[in-house]
Design a protein around this ligand. Structure first.
Ligand code: NI
Length: 166
């Protein structure tokens, strides 16, 4: 998971309870950050499920890890919608949405690509980068997990990080 150029930086978005959240709110915790959208048929739900299972495997140590889901489809993924979707994967998963420019700015600092692609009629899907980013307790970049990384692998990496920065 190592050896990629650093990503990350400031964001200011709205969480699934309607509160404004910035990157600074999460200092002191390891962050798992995933960009995706709730209508994604396959990859997003699998990766979110893996994040949830990894946290379960960590037990109480998971309290020091905050998983964040940032939507790349803010038009459909409103705070109200995210509030229903997040608990399907983990009770501590925070969903973040916002205006299109705020979402674009957050994706840009993580070097996340996404683009709306028309399907049938007015329907659309969103092509997007599907890495899980791991950020350290000080907000700095640690690394990323590629799509489909197992919960065991994620949990093991988090455990090592927590041992280094107890
Ligand atoms: Ni997806």
């Amino acid at each position: 998971m190592w050896g990629r150029e650093p990503v990350g930086g400031p964001f200011s978005l709205i969480d699934h309870t309607g509160r404004r959240r910035t990157d600074g709110d999460f200092r002191g915790k390891l962050l798992l950050i995933y960009f995706g959208f709730t209508y994604c048929p396959d990859i997003c739900p699998t990766d979110l499920q893996n994040i949830g299972l990894a946290l379960d495997q960590l037990g109480r140590a998971a309290d020091k890890v905050q998983p964040l889901f940032i939507t790349v489809d803010p038009e459909r993924d409103t705070a109200e919608h995210l509030k229903e979707y997040m608990p399907l994967f983990h009770p501590r998963l925070i969903g973040l949405t916002g205006g299109t420019s705020a979402i674009r700015a957050a994706a840009d600092v993580y070097k996340v690509y996404y683009e709306k692609v028309s399907t049938k009629g007015d329907d659309y899907t969103v092509d997007h980068t599907a890495f899980i980013y791991l950020m350290g307790v000080d907000g700095s970049y640690v690394g990323f997990f590629p799509p489909g990384t197992s919960p065991e692998r994620i949990a093991e990496t988090l455990r090592k990080q927590l041992e280094q920065h107890p």
